[in-house]
Design a protein around this ligand. Structure first.
Ligand code: HEC
Length: 387
């Protein structure tokens, strides 16, 4: 495509100039250095073509200006030197303007490249080989992974952010050649607004830090497998919101990821089946030798968790985590008016680029403390006013 455009623009440009020259020459008066002037004009027009740039708009403007120059010269009955001047101006003006635009655009791309540079995930994540070993997954869990993959594909399908980041880093030549300064073909161009993610303010835990979760005492209550839909959707929502496919950016390889936003929540999950979230903590399995729960006053944000205090798992979490390792997905234990729940965060195909390993690997878990909502669902008090 590029070459066809080049040949086309070369013919157009040379053709325009040669015809202008011929007309000028036929009307020329003897004794004027037509050859010098042809060489200058051709040189000026040929240079950008040789530099492999496709310039349809610029060429069209130049063509119009050249025709106008020719007319002016003809009407003015002046010497060829005058036409030479006019034709040079007619050529320089459109290229000058275009070059200004192009330079401006290129410096904007350079700025965006600096703002969203390639980063390596290798120093931030352990090698896939150190992953947690897994048993075979029960059907129920497999189906949930498929659901999650579908939802992830769906929620990232509307955004072209990853593609814009790819173009920004990987298609420099095409970005230059197709610069809008040249008025060239339409293409997806990276822009500040396309690349910048909506600001995700830290979301406070619904319950303050001092709140003591029902741990079930020293002896772990036997965790039960959750099979209903409501709390499962709540957990699925939490994974989607936390991992946020839009924040993955462009993944070239593990050492080159542009525009990655560390996982973080943007809102507290809505109540489900008359249960509402009081605390939601991340059980980290990857970055610590032993599993830990991060204790934070916000819903988990990876950019805060490096500094956050951790605690070891309580008896419920520890025994539920064992079951997750054996393939279960969502476990709970209930006390009057409250519930503990541990849900697996497993790798699906969208995670594997960065996290390595295999589909279904356990990357972490969310530990929930849930309370009965006071009102029936649907007439629950407005939660948007954040307590
Ligand atoms: C573009 C790269 C990338 C993708 C894709 C990605 N992650 Fe991550 N994830 C990271 C990085 C890097 C960390 C380590 C924390 C940090 O540096 O932000 C991390 C950390 C985590 C942690 C916390 C680990 C711990 O022990 O604290 C979980 C859980 C997690 N990711 C789950 C997921 C899931 C689930 C998916 C897929 C739906 C996913 N990630 C996709 C890069 C990625």
């Amino acid at each position: 495509m590029l070459y066809i455009s080049l040949v086309f623009s070369a013919i157009l440009l040379v053709g325009a100039n040669v015809s202008a020259l011929r007309i000028a020459k036929s009307a020329s008066r003897p004794g004027l250095p037509v050859a010098v002037f042809s060489a200058c004009g051709l040189g000026l027009i040929g240079l950008p073509v040789l530099s492999q740039v496709f310039l349809p708009t610029v060429a069209a403007v130049q063509f119009l200006l050249l025709s106008a120059a020719l007319f002016l010269w003809w009407a003015g009955q002046r010497g060829l030197a005058f036409f030479l001047m006019l034709s040079l101006a007619a050529t320089a003006a459109p290229y000058g303007v275009a070059v200004c635009f192009v330079l401006q655009e290129q410096s904007e791309y350079a700025r965006l490249r600096e703002r969203f540079p390639y980063e390596s995930m290798e120093d931030r994540l352990p090698k896939p080989s150190s992953r947690v070993e897994l048993g075979p997954l029960p059907n129920r869990t497999s189906k949930r992974l498929t659901d999650l993959e579908y939802e992830m594909g769906f929620s990232s399908g509307f955004s072209s952010r990853a593609e814009e980041l790819r173009i920004l880093h990987e298609e420099r030549v095409r970005l230059f050649v197709n610069s809008s300064g040249f008025g060239a073909a339409r293409m997806l161009r990276p822009s500040e607004s396309g690349l910048t993610l909506k600001l995700r303010e830290p979301v406070p835990q619904p319950s303050p830090l001092a709140y003591a979760p029902v741990s079930g005492g020293e002896t772990a209550p036997e965790p039960k497998v959750w099979v209903g839909e409501g709390l499962y959707s709540l957990h699925q929502f939490a994974i989607l919101d936390f991992a946020d496919p839009d924040g993955f950016g462009f993944f070239k390889d593990r050492r080159h990821v542009a525009g990655f936003q560390p996982h973080q929540f943007s809102q507290a999950p809505e109540p489900a089946e008359r249960w509402e979230v009081r605390r939601l903590e991340l059980v980290g399995l990857l970055l610590h030798e032993k599993p830990v729960a991060y204790v934070t006053e916000h819903l988990p944000r990876m950019d805060e968790l490096g500094e956050a205090p951790t605690r070891s798992l309580d008896p419920f979490e520890a025994s539920a985590l064992e079951r997750l390792r054996h393939g279960e997905d969502l476990l709970f234990t209930e006390a009057p008016g409250s519930m503990r729940m541990l849900g697996s965060i497993r790798s699906v195909k969208q995670c594997m680029g960065c996290h390595g390993g295999e589909r279904g690997d356990l990357l972490g878990a969310f530990s929930y403390t849930l309370h009965r909502t006071t009102a029936e669902l649907g007439v629950a008090p407005d939660r948007s006013g954040k307590r």
